[in-house]
Design a binder for this molecule. Structure first.
Ligand code: FAD
Ligand code: EPU
Length: 338
């Protein structure tokens, strides 16, 4: 038996798996994952499928996490939420804005599940998940035990965490604890938001503006398949940035605290003339060059060949190695881009 994964990945790739198990309770999530992990069947954990590229049919079982629940604890102005992994991230943000729990409004409209948020430490508009994370509950597949790891031990970094390193393929995130506040202190540093007046802007206005900016820049996966940014913004040292700036005076870089510079990869790709460039059914998005889109019944292989071409052109032109952000999934599990 094969089951289509078309509706379970935002790139809209037509691949299948042997079995799709949608689990909506923590007990069945634990039991299902453990029994598959200790069997000879391949296991893939899936949330909303908004950061995966299926390159082949998957010869194994996909466990789609659909566990729900938000528990709220309040003490003074502090709020601690315990959120089950299958909750929608965007719906959680909307729920928090509605209940006057502040801290994640800048992360509105990021697709996917709450359980996936710690994995690449989702971030947007000047805020990262790590800033509001209290701890993460996960099932350790080797020991069959549930653990709670504190945010300090999650090794959060730009699009990075322990779940992409030591705990990769070993941990199933079951719930996330998020610490928010009832004190309104808007984060407006990121340039499209800096026009707002911090003394007067309401949480709902900020939430709405973030949604509006995102809708104007990023393609809606329901209309044009994509996984958001396909590449990470490269981080380089100041000397290299100055050398590049001599050659490309318009290059965009943001100073980080530690003397490093984060380049806008979208600018590099656009400057290399790749906007709209296609291979098969995959294209570099016309409006946002950091996004690769499924423009005409693309295969996962089209997407990968296009990504490799972009990496090659950027290496030749700027001597910068772009790294991919989404996870490539092949016949027996995760693979590196090739
Ligand atoms: P999936 O794609 O289902 O899974 C991603 C990876 O995590 C896979 O390897 C999967 O096996 C693993 N995984 C998923 N859930 C679990 C779990 N509970 N336990 C263990 N492993 C798990 N990202 C940002 O950071 N910032 C943005 O602004 C942003 N904008 C986006 C805009 C668009 C239009 C799209 C399509 C994507 C965007 N993304 C962004 C990327 C994506 O939304 C995030 O990475 C999101 O957290 C992925 O969630 P998911 O549930 O869809 O994960
Ligand atoms: N730019 C161009 N040409 C392009 C695209 C961008 O010149 O085709 C320039 C923009 O003009 C701007 C700069 O590049 O000056 C940065 O662009 P933008 O603000 O749109 O952000 P980004 O670097 O493209 C990052 C994240 C997004 C996140 C936004 C907002 C990464 C890899 N991407 O995108 O995250 O939503 O900032 O904070 O860090 C994702 O990870 O999937 C994602 C969408």
């Amino acid at each position: 038996m094969s089951v289509s994964l078309l509706k379970h990945n935002t790139l809209g790739l037509e691949q299948s798996c042997d079995e799709l198990l949608v689990v909506d309770s923590k007990a069945s999530l634990i039991e299902t994952c453990l029994s598959l992990y200790h069997s000879d069947k391949a296991l893939m954990i899936l949330g909303g499928g908004s950061n995966v590229v299926f390159t082949e049919d998957f010869a194994g079982s996909v466990v789609k996490i659909a566990t729900k629940g938000i528990a709220v604890e309040q003490e003074g102005d502090e709020v601690l939420l315990t959120v089950e992994a299958g909750e929608s991230w965007h719906e959680l943000v909307a729920y928090c804005v509605e209940h006057n729990f502040y801290g994640i409004e800048n992360l509105a409209l990021i697709p996917g599940t709450v359980g996936a948020a710690p994995i690449q430490n989702i971030g947007a508009y000047g805020v990262e998940f790590s800033q509001v994370c209290h701890s993460v509950e996960f099932l350790d597949l080797d020991s069959s035990q549930l653990f709670e790891i504190s945010a300090e031990n999650c090794q959060f970094d730009y699009r990075e965490s322990i779940f992409k390193q030591q705990l990769k393929h070993k941990a199933v995130i079951t719930a996330v604890k998020i610490k928010l506040t009832k004190v309104w202190d808007p984060q407006l540093d990121y340039s499209p938001l800096s026009s707002l007046d911090s003394a007067n802007v309401s949480p709902k206005q900020l939430f709405d503006l973030v949604c509006q900016i995102r809708q104007s820049k990023l393609p809606d996966p329901a209309v044009l398949g994509n996984v958001g940014s396909f590449f990470k913004n490269p981080i380089i040292n100041t000397d290299k940035f100055e050398t590049l700036k001599d050659k490309f005076p318009q290059i965009i870089g943001y100073n980080l605290e530690n003397g490093l510079v984060k380049l806008a990869a979208g600018w590099l790709i656009e400057n290399a003339g790749l906007k709209g460039f296609s291979i098969g059914g995959a294209s570099v998005h016309q409006l946002q060059a950091l996004v690769l889109v499924n423009s005409a019944n693309a295969t996962g292989n089209d997407i990968c060949q296009l990504a490799l071409h972009v990496i090659d052109v950027i290496e030749q032109r700027f001597e910068i190695s772009l790294e991919t952000e989404p996870r490539m999934m092949a016949q027996f599990g995760e693979v590196v881009l090739s």
